[in-house]
Design a protein around this ligand. Structure first.
Ligand code: PLP
Ligand code: SF4
Length: 343
């Protein structure tokens, strides 16, 4: 029998029911040509029109809220260089590979990484709001390695069975691309595991799409029995404006501890001035610098690499210049180690 159509159609008013941040996410720029036009650049020295850009497995993606913070007419803008696909990505480099941090070996169940004592990392989704060209996940097989909703159960079972796990890290992709409803459900499941004490969220959204920090999200985190930590990700002070300040303030008012992790990126933030200004502005906005990661050497990112010598030199200079709590810990991820490795 042919099912009878319901007489009353479901309401089709996305303008009323879709949160602002989801609309902004749907409108993110995905074409290099469109991005350059927005920035009043006719061309870019590091980018040539590739007919097959849309065929890239990791295509350009950047929300307008972030594009607004880029300088017009500036080809070497530090925000633009983080997102624009460059010709140099196609150059193979010695020492760079597809899975430099051994994530595929550390998977305990679908989308769950247990590398370090006491904490696990749940790849809650493969989706990000922005595609950062230097990201080690650019080669990550999300389809098979992120936990879909049905697979959350096996990850949760794993956590429940190991009483040494007292912290769950939601990561991705970016966990804040999940709706408030799905997050609420996932957090609820984690809260139900008695030995878990802390919930950590690793997200770039409070920086690149600050409208994601909704009052609903803040209320949910404030109401949790878990202590909540938000580790945001900004690499340059220019990423921090009034909108990020407001988002971080809302999180803090909800009792969430805010930290930042950055990646050391050649020609973007590899100067003592850039790193000092980043730390100062983060603190003014309510987040403490946590880690400065040296680049994970994943294929296609060699042009972002700063040498370990340069990294150590910068941190020494930073320490001579800033209050101790404004100096992030410089780390590298080495496969098989019991923590991130300080350099
Ligand atoms: C980086 C990472 C963590 C978190 O490490 P912290 O030093 O606690 O910030 C946890 N699990 C995995 C798999 C990681 O890669
Ligand atoms: S995982 Fe983080 S760094 Fe990587 S592309 Fe997504 S937002 Fe950028």
């Amino acid at each position: 029998m042919i099912p009878v159509q319901p007489l009353v159609e479901k309401p089709l008013s996305p303008s009323k029911t879709t949160p602002e941040w989801k609309r902004e996410l749907a409108e993110a720029i995905t074409s290099p040509a469109v991005l350059l036009k927005q920035l009043e650049l006719d061309q870019h020295p590091q980018w040539q029109q590739h007919a097959d850009h849309s065929a890239l497995t990791f295509p350009l993606k950047v929300p307008l809220a972030y594009v607004k913070r880029m300088r017009r007419g500036c080809a070497d803008d530090p925000l633009l260089l983080q997102v624009l696909p460059q010709n140099a990505e196609h150059v193979a480099a010695a020492g760079f590979s597809a899975d430099p941090v051994g994530d595929l070996h550390a998977q305990q169940s679908a989308g769950l990484l247990h590398k370090y004592r006491g904490r696990v990392l749940l790849v809650a989704t493969g989706v990000c709001a922005i595609h950062c060209r230097y990201c080690f996940r650019r080669e990550y097989p999300y389809e098979s390695a992120s936990a879909s909703q049905s697979e959350w159960q096996s990850a949760l079972d794993y956590i429940a069975a190991d009483t040494s796990i007292n912290e769950v890290i939601l990561s991705g992709g970016d966990p804040l691309t999940l709706s408030d409803k799905r997050l609420d459900k996932l957090i609820g499941h984690i809260e139900a595991i008695p030995h878990v004490r802390r919930l950590r969220i690793h997200s770039r959204l409070p920086i690149v799409l600050p409208s994601r920090v909704t009052s609903g999200l803040c209320q949910r985190l404030a109401a949790s029995r878990l202590h909540c930590v938000m580790v945001v990700h900004a690499n340059h002070a220019q990423e921090l404006d009034n909108s990020t300040a407001a988002a971080l303030q809302q999180l803090r008012q909800a009792g969430v501890h805010c930290l930042n992790q950055a990646v050391l990126l050649a020609d973007i933030n590899d100067s003592v001035e850039a790193l000092a200004e980043l730390s100062e502005r983060l603190f003014e906005q309510g987040a403490l610098p946590y880690y400065l990661h040296s680049l994970d050497r994943v294929n296609g990112t060699a042009h972002f690499d700063a040498s370990d010598e340069r990294a150590k030199h910068l941190i020494r200079q930073l320490r001579a210049r800033l209050s101790g709590y404004l100096v992030p810990t410089l780390v590298r991820e080495i496969e098989g180690e019991t923590s991130k490795t300080p350099l």
